[in-house]
Design a protein around this ligand. Structure first.
Ligand code: CA2
Length: 148
C-alpha cells in the first residue's frame, strides 16, 4: 500500500488565520502545512498538500491520487455541502478517505449539516480545530500500517 497521502483543502481555506479566528482559529494554512509535514515525517508518510478555490482542481487532484495514493484527507470547505462532482471523484478512489472540518459544522447553520463528501468518507472529524488534520493523518497511517 502506497504511503503517499493527499491532503486537500477547498475554497477560502487560504484565508485561515487571517479572518474569523473565533470560528477557525489563529493558525494559517502555512502553519497547518508545516505541522502536517512534521507529523507525516514521523509517521513515514509522503504528503501532497494542496489548497484550491476551484472545484475542478480538487477533482483533478483526486484523480491524480487514484493512481498513486494510499489515502486522502480532505477539507472540501463549502464544496462539502454542494459538490456531487467531488463526491463522484472520491467514489472512484479505492483507499481510505477522511473528511475534516475545522469547525463543528453541526453546531452551525442548517445548510452546513449536510455533506455530500460524507457519503464516501470512511471517517469525519469536525470541531477539533486544525488538530483534526493531524488526527486524520494518524488514522490513515494506522490503516496503511495495518494493510502492510
Ligand atoms: O469548518 C470547516 O473546516 C469548513 O469546511 C470550512 C468552510 C465552511 O464552508 C464549511 O462549512 C466548514 C469555510 C472555509 C472558510 O475558511 C475561512 C477561513 C478564514 C477566514 C474566512 C474563511
Amino acid at each position: 500500500m502506497s504511503r503517499l497521502v493527499f491532503l486537500l483543502n477547498g475554497p477560502n481555506l487560504n484565508l485561515l488565520g487571517k479572518r474569523q479566528p473565533q470560528i477557525y482559529g489563529h493558525e494559517t494554512l502555512a502553519d497547518v502545512e508545516r505541522d502536517c509535514r512534521a507529523l507525516a515525517a514521523e509517521l513515514k508518510l509522503d504528503l501532497r498538500f494542496h489548497q484550491s478555490n476551484r472545484e475542478y482542481e480538487i477533482i483533478d487532484w483526486v484523480h491524480e491520487a487514484r493512481e498513486i495514493a494510499g489515502g486522502i484527507v480532505i477539507n472540501p470547505g463549502a464544496f462539502t455541502h454542494t459538490s456531487v462532482a467531488i463526491l463522484d471523484a472520491l467514489n472512484s478512489f479505492d483507499a481510505p478517505v477522511f473528511e475534516v472540518h475545522i469547525s463543528n459544522v453541526h453546531k452551525r447553520e442548517e445548510f452546513r449539516h449536510h455533506s455530500f463528501v460524507s457519503l464516501r468518507a470512511d471517517g469525519v472529524i469536525a470541531g477539533f480545530g486544525t488538530q483534526g488534520y493531524l488526527l486524520a493523518l494518524r488514522r490513515v497511517a494506522r490503516l496503511i500500517d495495518d494493510k502492510g
